[in-house]
Design a protein around this ligand. Structure first.
Ligand code: MN3
Length: 199
């Protein structure tokens, strides 16, 4: 099939206790896989099947008749990006160039963390919180459902999935605690630095 489920960049239990193996079993093995399978079904035999995932996202984003394809394609991309933005024993205040960029953009890591948590917890219903690069500046943003910054001329650097399926098994209704633990224990700042370098 045209679109594939990329392997997780770590073992399914590697992010415990913040993100349990059970959560990844369902979130990666069921939710993410279903987005891939559905995207393949929807694009099979159409010109979209020959395009890259990002091309599919950008081509379908503003076409209401292709909303289902957009939603599944964007969710495939968003989840792969989310997995890569985490690592075991990650998180906390970054050092080096990325640490300096965070200080410069937000006036310190603590303000960055507060702003990111606010974006993540005020996204009503399902969606995503993001750190992005826009016109050379770091910004925090949030998007509903499957929408991602690829369609708004921003370069995504990091994301946190705030759909309930991302945290309900481990944190139940406590989304603020999930986001706080994501920032303190899981963020892969090397991935953020790589995304800035590629931008
Ligand atoms: Mn999800």
């Amino acid at each position: 099939m045209a679109f594939e489920l990329p392997p997780l960049p770590y073992a399914q239990d590697a992010l415990e206790p913040v993100m349990s193996a059970k959560t990844l079993e369902f979130h990666y093995g069921k939710h993410h896989k279903t987005y891939v399978d559905t995207l393949n079904k929807l694009t099979d035999g159409t010109p979209l099947a020959a395009k890259s995932l990002i091309e599919v996202i950008r081509e379908t984003a503003k076409d209401d008749s292709k909303a289902t394809i957009f939603n599944n394609a964007a969710q495939v991309w968003n989840h792969t990006f989310f997995w890569n933005g985490m690592k075991p024993k990650g998180g906390g205040k970054p050092t080096g160039d990325i640490g300096a960029r965070i200080d410069q953009a937000f006036g310190g890591y603590d303000k960055f963390a507060t702003d990111f948590q606010t974006a993540a917890t005020t996204q009503f219903g399902s969606g995503w919180a993001w750190l992005v690069l826009e016109a050379g500046s770091l910004k925090i943003t949030k998007t509903p459902n499957a929408v991602d910054p690829l369609v708004t001329n921003q370069t995504p650097l990091l994301t946190c999935d705030v759909w309930e399926h991302a945290y309900y098994l481990d944190f139940q209704n406590r989304r603020p605690d999930f986001v706080k633990s994501f920032l303190e224990n899981l963020v892969n700042w090397d991935f953020v630095a790589q995304n800035i370098a590629k931008a």
